[in-house]
Design a protein around this ligand. Structure first.
Ligand code: SF4
Ligand code: SF4
Length: 197
């Protein structure tokens, strides 16, 4: 009997939890339904990408040890690591490295698993060309750091919709330097690690 009651209680708790999650999701949906569409005058205006945006990959040639882990973890074996074995030093030496962004799905696996952290994802998303072969970036192109949207003098940065304070309908209504709405993941983590008083 006790087992049965405990099962019912667990089930009720799960049902309440699920209803809460659905409610939270619907609240976001309704909040967005009340927003009017806004036009970002790209390329004169650009949305500020979120902190964890997965854009064009940056590569640091000197840090790469030609281990090819990035190739193995890539779902399409995309990175091309060209190296030779130096018998004097008894180690691999990198000749060239490339990633074709016309094929990359920006999953971030290569960045996650690289043992020397020589790969990172930038906020660059302007990757349009007339010829798709131009999206095959070699190590020189991959080594270039993009200009941040907030530091580009030619561009007006606009806050993303998700980061606007409650009641504000468009990014044009707040300065881009305004603190973003909501908490950063590290702030949430810090709060959850605080000892309860
Ligand atoms: S981001 Fe994903 S798809 Fe692109 S190169 Fe890295 S592992 Fe491959
Ligand atoms: S995983 Fe990192 S170190 Fe290894 S080949 Fe790829 S980029 Fe170079």
């Amino acid at each position: 009997m006790f087992k049965f009651l405990s099962k019912v209680s667990d089930y009720a708790k799960e049902a309440v939890q699920s209803a809460r999650y659905i409610g939270q999701g619907m609240a976001v949906t309704f909040d967005h339904m009340s927003r009017r569409p806004i036009t970002v005058q790209y390329p004169y205006e650009k949305l500020i990408p979120s902190e964890r945006f997965r854009g064009r990959i940056h590569f640091e040639f000197d840090k790469c040890i030609s281990c090819e882990v990035c190739v193995r973890v890539c779902p399409i074996n995309l990175p091309v690591v060209d190296y030779f074995f130096n018998p004097e030093l008894k180690k691999k030496e990198l000749k060239s490295y490339s990633i074709d962004f016309g094929v990359c799905i920006f999953c971030g696996n290569c960045v996650e698993y690289c043992p020397t952290n020589c790969l990172s994802m930038t906020e660059e998303y302007d990757l349009s060309t007339y010829d798709r072969h131009e999206l095959n970036f070699d190590n020189v192109a991959l080594g270039r750091m993009p200009t941040k949207v907030t530091e580009d003098p030619m561009v007006k940065p606009i806050r993303e919709l998700a980061y606007l304070p409650k009641g504000v309908m468009g990014g044009h209504d707040v300065p881009h330097t305004a603190k973003r709405a909501g908490k950063r993941p590290e702030e949430i983590l810090e709060e959850s690690n605080q000892p309860e008083s």
